[in-house]
Design a protein around this ligand. Structure first.
Ligand code: KG4
Ligand code: ZN
Length: 336
């Protein structure tokens, strides 16, 4: 089975062609980042994102056909992200996918972006997910703990009550006059800092549930910066390292507690924040110490991408699913 997938839920335009036989093979994968367009505004501007998707998508599909040697006629189906995300961005991808499917007489399917993130650590191993497993999704828009019981059966067991982890990284970076997106910048600064220099709060770490809160931590950094002018490079690095460690400690504690309580043997992590090497190393050590397997994908498959969307579609098409022509985008689409 060969499927073309499109992802335009936020600020990355991405196209992939995947083939599934015994293993999953990525025949083509391209991600056009819009960071340069949004950076001057300090965040994603929906109108700008929509225009960029419109400009880029058609040439990218043509390039995908050319470089993969797979023509649209040879496809078994077309997949596209239908939510959650920015409505106008989603509409560009979904309208394109539907139009392409209709004109070539192909089946199509709308995919939940979060389900894509759940597939990405397995896609790195060229396989479909194994069940049950616990998935931590940490991105700019989401901080979620999902119990994946079996194929297509998910239970949300934890989420953030306010800011997403990535959002906290971006907002703290702004306070420190670091460029957008803030996550990678904070990680860079933190390498030269002392993670124990400032005792920032580990909000809700002992709450007895699997929910998160990062807004108090963000305010605590703001208050610290207001009280104590951070002048030197070393001081800035200490703030970054201490903030980063506060986020990491909570993510690890909640994930490990959930894995233990559910009795799952596989824990995965995906989303932009999962690119953070300190988080990755510490999470891997903590999960493995509990006797479970830890999986995460390379950065290109961890952030928003079409390969993960296409992988879900392969599984859903093979299970016999086909989308109806009147299915629309859903910016608030839920997974569970
Ligand atoms: O998954 P993603 O590309 O997009 C969505 O939000 O769906 O995640 C982007 C988020 C941003 O908030 C960015 O600052 C954060 O992921 N991020 C990081 C790192 N790389 C990206 N946060 C911490 N450390 C990183 N290395
Ligand atoms: Zn995402």
């Amino acid at each position: 089975m060969i499927v073309l997938g499109i992802e335009t839920s936020c600020d990355e335009t991405s196209v992939a062609i995947l083939k599934k036989e015994k293993q999953i093979e990525i025949l083509h994968h391209q991600i056009a980042s819009q960071i340069e367009q949004h950076r001057p505004f300090g965040g994603v501007v929906p109108e700008l994102a929509t225009r960029q998707h419109l400009l880029r998508l058609d040439p990218m599909i043509q390039q995908a056909e050319k470089e993969s040697g797979v023509s649209i006629r040879q496809l078994d189906g077309i997949a596209v992200t239908r939510g959650p995300g920015l409505s106008s961005s989603l509409l560009v991808g979904l309208s394109y996918a539907k139009g392409l499917a209709f004109s070539y007489g192909k089946k199509w399917i709308g995919i939940n972006h979060l389900e894509g993130h759940i597939y990405s650590p397995f896609l790195e191993q060229k396989t479909l997910p194994t069940y049950p497993h616990l998935a931590l999704i940490v991105s700019g828009g989401h901080t979620l703990l999902i119990h994946a019981r079996e194929a297509f059966v998910y239970e949300k067991i934890g989420s953030t009550l306010d800011d997403a982890a990535g959002e906290a990284f971006d907002k703290v970076a702004k306070m420190l006059a670091l460029p957008y997106p803030g996550g990678p910048e904070i990680e860079k600064e933190a390498r030269n800092g002392n993670a124990e220099a400032i005792a920032f709060p580990r909000s809700m770490i002992g709450s007895g549930d699997y929910h998160f809160s990062f807004s108090g931590l963000k305010t605590s950094v703001r208050t610290f910066l207001e009280k104590k002018a951070v002048k030197t490079k070393e001081e800035k690095a200490d703030v970054c390292a201490s903030f980063q460690q506060a986020v990491i400690d909570v993510l690890i504690r909640k994930t490990c507690d959930a894995a233990k309580d559910l009795g799952v043997n596989t824990v995965t992590m995906s989303g932009g924040v999962s690119c953070n090497q300190t988080l990755r190393q510490q999470m891997k050590t903590a999960v493995e110490k509990q006797g479970a397997t830890f999986l995460s994908a390379s950065p290109v498959l961890s952030t928003d991408n079409a390969a993960m969307i296409t992988a879900v579609a392969l599984n859903r098409f093979q299970a016999g699913e086909v989308e109806s022509w009147d299915t629309d985008v859903n910016p608030n689409l839920r997974l569970a």
